[in-house]
Design a binder for this molecule. Structure first.
Ligand code: C2O
Ligand code: CU
Length: 547
């Protein structure tokens, strides 16, 4: 057990990007925020001080927090927000996670600027399953709005239409050379060394491709788990995902290269940020060659913005690392089966003005046609204290909706979701399988679905309507990736499986913040087991924030 001395005053600070200055929320005045370092299995305490002017919470993304939902962080799910002037001492319990994870705010859209990396190192005396890298390099992918993010969110919710896209993609907070008033950072490298890129998908509403001109990448970790090494020219990484990637500097040292990221957006007519963010990759010694300084660095290749094939070519290739040190246990007998549709749909306009959704509706998002409504108190507290009326336990409603989920627009009746705080209660030790089906009710999109408190096996992906008899034959039960965010393809499906052995209240949601505020989420309550304290939630800390 270790005591982390990072105290984190969350406060506003002025930052200038894209030729204009605004105040943003920062941690310790930094954007992106500080990196938290831990060894596998550590317990770390972070005291979060809110010195800003709005409510906030902090979430440790990808940390399983065994039996400890209390300090997991999602606002109104496991805690009331930390109010301005308040503090909250958060316990972060690491167990089997290793590699790169991240932490971020989990209240409205504050995570746009309040986020940072969480580096988890092998325990003392143990090693990576790959050669020790020469150095590690943080690559935090983000999005920047010229306007105040809280105002962007308000305007978006006000119209009932689509949000304005961000003005630039960023790496480590910088839009880079190709954007106005911006300059790329330079990564100075030595020839023939291997660098570990710790890549964090901290974008708000996007999936991006990331690539380094003329260099291959080798993916060795994903979402805080090792993967079978995968050598590739590019990676596709969603909001909510993290990847550990090796870069070997074996190219001509007299050229300059860009490491760059650009959006992948599957939705036709969906507004997205179309800038390319860059970092300069420069070999040591080459800075002395003046003739090179005037040639622009080489840019990597990017496909068309909507190239779903290109994205899933990479995504579906990743495999979990399986060997005698990393055995896998895909649960076999499924006890809880959930079929979950993911839709962008609409809700009747509640304002006097015309809303910008189809036929004057307000746009919404849903799981199983229910747009989740966050209560005004913590679900975890309500559950723990047996308070009635805060949530209902009938998710998903039965019988399931019967309509063609893909390709055809369904009747307008089905575009209207219902609203509710509906969640799913499972017994300790249940084996849960969820098949996510992305639909095309108003528009067809990919959805990165993230689950708190668990890593899960991704058994398979496919395009079109899920067909159980046909598609379960394609499941990978041998070396599936073990992750906490899965990208469900546009007009397609993805299947995950996990054993519900972490009692508590755990959020599951689309990691695009625009879909999160529209209601594409639900909660799992995993009950305590019956075999003693090891199967029970930890007691409630007395100092939980109050609503
Ligand atoms: Cu990265 Cu619920 O969050
Ligand atoms: Cu989504």
């Amino acid at each position: 057990q270790r005591l982390q001395d990072t105290i984190s005053p969350i406060k506003e600070a002025p930052y200038t990007r894209l030729c204009s200055t605004k105040n943003i929320l920062t941690v310790n005045g930094m954007f992106p925020g500080p990196t938290l370092r831990a060894y596998q299995g550590d317990t770390v305490f972070v005291e979060v001080h809110n010195q800003g002017t709005q409510n906030i919470t902090i979430h440790w993304h990808g940390v399983l927090q065994p039996r400890n939902p209390w300090t997991d962080g999602p606002e109104y799910i496991t805690q009331c927000p930390i109010q301005p002037g308040g503090k909250f001492n958060q316990k972060i319990i690491f167990s089997t996670e290793i590699g790169t994870l991240w932490w971020h705010a989990h209240s409205d859209w504050t995570r746009a600027t309040v986020h940072g990396a969480l580096n988890v190192y092998p325990k003392k005396g143990t090693n990576y399953p790959f050669p020790k890298p020469h150095k590690e390099v943080p690559i935090i992918l983000g999005e920047w709005w010229k306007k105040d993010v809280a105002e962007v969110l308000d305007a978006f919710l006000e119209t009932g239409g689509r949000p304005s896209p961000s003005d630039a993609l960023t790496i480590n907070g910088q839009p880079g050379d190709l954007c106005p008033c911006s300059k790329s950072d330079t990564l100075l490298v030595e020839q023939n060394k291997t660098y570990l890129l710790r890549i964090v998908g901290a974008t708000v509403n996007s999936i991006v491709h990331f690539s380094v001109a003329n260099h291959n990448l080798t993916v060795v970790g994903w979402d805080g788990r090792y993967t079978k090494p995968l050598t590739t020219e590019y990676i596709t990484i969603s909001s909510g995902q993290t990847m550990d990637v090796l870069l070997t500097t074996n190219q001509n040292s007299s050229s300059h290269y860009y490491m760059a990221a650009r959006v992948y957006s599957s939705g036709l007519g969906v507004l997205y940020v179309n800038t390319t963010t860059t970092v300069r990759l420069q070999y040591k010694g080459n800075d002395a060659v003046p003739s090179q300084r005037s040639t622009p660095p080489i840019l990597p290749y990017f496909p068309a913005f909507s190239d779903t094939k290109y994205a899933f070519n990479f995504i579906t290739k990743l495999r979990g690392l399986v060997d005698k040190d990393h055995p896998i246990k895909v649960p076999q007998n499924v006890t809880t089966r959930i079929f979950s549709t993911l839709s962008i749909n609409a809700f009747p306009c509640t304002k006097n003005t015309t809303c910008e959704g189809p036929n004057g509706t307000s746009l919404a998002a849903s799981m199983n046609n229910i747009s989740f409504v966050k209560p005004s108190t913590s679900i975890l507290e309500a559950y723990y204290n047996g308070i009635n009326g805060v949530f209902q336990t009938d998710f998903p409603e039965k019988p399931p909706l019967a309509f063609d989920f893909t390709y055809d627009l369904s009747p307008l009746a089905l575009q209207l979701s219902s609203r509710g705080t509906k969640l799913n209660v499972v017994d300790y030790g249940s084996t849960v399988e969820v098949v996510f089906q992305a639909t095309s009710v108003v528009t067809a999109l990919d959805h990165p679905i993230h689950l708190h408190g668990y890593s899960f096996y991704v058994l398979g992906y496919g395009f079109g309507n899920f067909n159980e008899t046909r598609d379960k034959l394609t499941y990978n039960l041998v070396d599936p990736p073990f992750v906490e965010t899965v990208v469900v393809p546009k007009n397609g499906w993805a299947t995950i499986r996990f054993t519900a052995d972490n009692p508590g209240v755990w959020f599951m949601h689309c990691h695009f913040d625009r879909h999160l505020v529209w209601g594409m989420e639900t909660v799992f309550i995993v009950k305590n087991g019956k075999n003693g304290p090891k199967e029970k939630m930890l007691p409630r800390p007395s100092y939980m924030p109050q609503c």
